[in-house]
Ligand binder design. Structure first.
Ligand code: HEC
Ligand code: HEC
Length: 256
C-alpha cells in the first residue's frame, strides 16, 4: 500500500474530499468508453466510481484547457476506448499526480490550519491556479517570457496573439495595468526603448490611459530625457487632471 493510500474513517473523508473538490463541476454520466475499474491509481482511491473519476478528469481538462491526450496515451480524435489510460508514459500525467498531492496538502493541511474559514470553506482546485492553461502564467509572466526568448518584436506579437485568442476568457487579465507592469519591469532593467514600445502598444487598446502616458514619462526620466518626461507628465495630466503622481513629478522638475 502506497503512502498515499488511506484507511478507515480518514479514507472515506478523503474520498469525500476528492469528490467534493473535483466533482462539483457537473453531475456527468458514466462513460461506456473507459474501463469501470482502474489499475494504476496512486492518488485517487482505488474504489472510486467511474462517474467520480470522470468528473475529476473533466475538471483537470477544463482547468488546464487541455484534452485527455495531453496526459494520456491516445490519438486525438480517436474514441476513448482506444486510449491506454493506465499508462504513465506521458510526463504531464506524472506532473498532474504531483499536483493532485499538492492540492490535497493545500486543502487538507494548510487551509485547515487557518484560525477561521469562510463558510462554506473555499477549496483550492486546479482551476484556481491554472485558469484554463497548462502552464499557469499571468499575462505579465507570459510576456516577460516572450521577451526573454524573442525580444520586443516577439513580445508585441505574442501580446496580439494572446489577446486575439484569450480576450474575454478567464485565462488572462487584459486590463489597462498589465502592459504598464511589463513596461515598468523592462524600464527597471534598463530596456527603456522597449518599455516605451510596450506602452505604445497599450495606448492602441487604452488610448485614454493616463497611467500609461505617465509611465512613459517615468521611463524617459530614468533615461535622463527630462524634456520628453515633462511632455508625457503634462499629457497624462490632461487625460486625468487628478493624477497626483504626475503633478508631483512636474513640481519636482519645475516644469508646471
Ligand atoms: C492534466 C492531466 C490529465 C488529464 C487532462 C486527464 N487525466 Fe486522466 N488521469 C490523470 C492522472 C494523474 C491519473 C492518475 C490518478 C492517480 O494516480 O490517482 C489519471 C487517471 C485516469 C484514469 C484511470 C486509469 C487507471 O486505470 O489507473 C482514467 C480512465 C482517466 N484518467 C481518464 C481520463 C479521461 C477520459 C480524460 C479526458 C476527459 C482524462 N483522463 C484527462 C491525469 C489526467
Ligand atoms: C497553487 C497553484 C496550482 C494548483 C492549485 C495546481 N497547479 Fe498545476 N502547476 C502549477 C504551476 C506553478 C506549474 C508550473 C510548474 C513549472 O513548470 O515551473 C504547474 C504545472 C502543471 C502541469 C505541467 C504543465 C506543463 O505542461 O508543463 C500539469 C500537468 C499540472 N500543473 C496539472 C495540475 C492539476 C491536474 C491540478 C489540480 C489537481 C493542478 N495542476 C493544480 C500550479 C498549480
Amino acid at each position: 500500500m502506497s503512502q498515499d493510500r488511506c484507511n478507515g474513517w480518514f479514507r472515506s473523508a478523503y474520498l469525500a474530499f476528492w469528490v467534493a473538490a473535483l466533482t462539483v463541476v457537473m453531475p456527468a454520466a458514466g462513460s461506456t468508453q473507459i474501463p469501470e475499474e482502474f489499475t494504476n491509481l496512486k492518488v485517487l482511491p482505488d474504489d472510486i466510481e467511474q462517474r467520480q473519476l470522470m468528473n475529476a478528469m473533466r475538471s483537470f481538462s477544463r482547468g488546464l484547457g487541455v484534452r485527455c491526450e495531453y496526459c494520456h496515451v491516445g490519438e486525438p480524435g480517436q474514441p476513448l476506448r482506444t486510449f491506454d489510460f493506465a499508462s504513465d508514459e506521458k510526463e504531464p500525467k506524472l506532473k498532474a499526480r504531483e499536483m493532485m498531492r499538492m492540492v490535497r496538502a493545500i486543502n487538507g493541511e494548510h487551509l485547515t490550519n487557518l484560525s477561521e474559514r469562510s463558510d462554506p470553506a473555499i477549496e483550492v482546485q486546479c482551476a484556481t491556479c491554472h485558469h484554463g492553461q497548462a502552464r499557469p502564467l499571468t499575462l505579465q509572466q507570459a510576456l516577460l517570457e516572450s521577451y526573454a526568448n524573442g525580444g520586443i518584436t516577439g513580445t508585441v506579437q505574442e501580446y496580439r496573439h494572446l489577446r486575439e485568442r484569450y480576450f474575454g476568457t478567464w485565462t488572462y487579465d487584459f486590463g489597462e495595468q498589465q502592459l504598464v507592469g511589463v513596461a515598468q519591469q523592462l524600464g527597471s532593467r534598463g530596456s527603456h526603448e522597449d518599455g516605451i514600445a510596450i506602452l505604445e502598444l497599450n495606448l492602441e487598446f487604452f488610448p485614454q490611459s493616463a497611467v500609461t502616458v505617465f509611465t512613459q514619462g517615468e521611463i524617459y526620466l530614468a533615461q535622463g530625457d527630462t524634456a520628453a518626461a515633462v511632455t508625457k507628465y503634462r499629457a497624462s495630466l490632461e487625460l486625468d487632471p487628478d493624477n497626483r503622481a504626475a503633478q508631483r513629478r512636474l513640481s519636482e522638475l519645475g516644469g508646471v
